[in-house]
Every structure is written in structure tokens, then in C-alpha cells.
Design a protein around this ligand. Structure first.
Ligand SMILES: [Fe+2]
Ligand SMILES: [Fe+2]
Length: 158
């Protein structure tokens, strides 16, 4: 078996499931932005926060997770060092990311209240999906990336 492909057309490879989850949320947000009324206003605010945030996660956080299956199998390749700059950036932006998540969660809260007031089931569904998404990132994805970083640094020192 060959080396894990880290790049595809010059970009880091992302775990497909994570990319699809962002694509799904992006699509739902964009649809909501043309609904008009209070839903549109809140959806636009959320898109302003989420779209650059998602992009940054796809550039810096998610590519690190593409290494996970090989790391679990003990297959560390020299080329994995290429993600170290991403891990440095991830560490440096921790506080900023936490505040982005707080802003996103408070915009989601507003979306839930608008959904309830307007009896808009799609809007309520998006609020729920976004809450789950950001919570899974905070509680699972980000700690996992931090662990991978520690693991790669330790291995480099051996
Ligand atoms: Fe995300
Ligand atoms: Fe996030």
C-alpha cells in the first residue's frame, strides 16, 4: 500500500464526511438567506459568521483528521510533518475559535427563537443541526486534533 495522499489538486485532503457535513449546512443556510423576513435576516447573520469559519476549519483543522486512520494503525509517514504548520496555526487560534463558536451559538439561539415564532420547521431543523455540528467540533473534533498534534510532536522527538 502506498503513502497516504495528503494533497489533492494542490489542496489538503479532508475527511469526506466532514466536508459533506459543511456542504449540507452551507446549502441550507444559503436557501434560508433568500426566504425573506426575519428568517432571512438571522440566516444572513449566521452565514456571515459560519461561512468564513467553515472555510478556516476546512483549511486548518479538518486536514489533520485525514491522518487519523493511519495514526491508529501506527503508520506514521515522514510526509505527515507537512501538517505541522496547520497544527501550529490551530494552537495559535484556539481562543479566537472559541469566541467564533460562542458568536455562532448565540446566532443559532436567535435562529431557534425566530423558527419558533414563525413556526418554521426548516429553520428549527437548521438551528438544531448547527448546534450539534458546533458542539461535536468543540467536544470531539478540536480535542482530537490537539491530541494528534501532541502525538506527532512526541513521535518526532523519538
Ligand atoms: Fe464546522
Ligand atoms: Fe466550528
Amino acid at each position: 500500500m502506498g503513502d497516504t495522499a495528503l494533497f489533492e489538486r494542490g489542496n489538503f485532503v479532508l475527511p469526506k464526511a466532514l466536508r459533506l457535513a459543511h456542504d449540507d449546512l452551507r446549502g441550507r443556510l444559503v436557501n434560508m438567506m433568500v426566504e425573506g423576513g426575519p428568517v432571512m435576516i438571522v440566516a444572513r447573520r449566521l452565514a456571515q459568521l459560519c461561512l468564513p469559519h467553515f472555510e478556516w476549519e476546512e483549511k486548518t483543522v479538518y486536514p489533520v483528521l485525514a491522518l487519523l486512520p493511519d495514526i491508529v494503525l501506527g503508520k506514521l509517514q515522514p510526509q505527515f510533518a507537512k501538517v505541522m504548520p496547520l497544527l501550529e496555526e490551530f494552537n495559535m487560534r484556539q481562543a479566537e475559535m472559541d469566541s467564533e463558536h460562542l458568536l455562532i451559538l448565540s446566532a443559532i439561539d436567535l435562529l431557534s427563537r425566530v423558527a419558533f415564532r414563525m413556526k418554521n420547521a426548516d429553520c428549527a431543523d437548521l438551528a438544531s443541526r448547527l448546534t450539534i455540528h458546533e458542539t461535536v467540533e468543540e467536544k470531539v473534533i478540536f480535542p482530537m486534533v490537539a491530541m494528534i498534534g501532541d502525538h506527532l510532536r512526541e513521535r518526532r522527538e523519538i
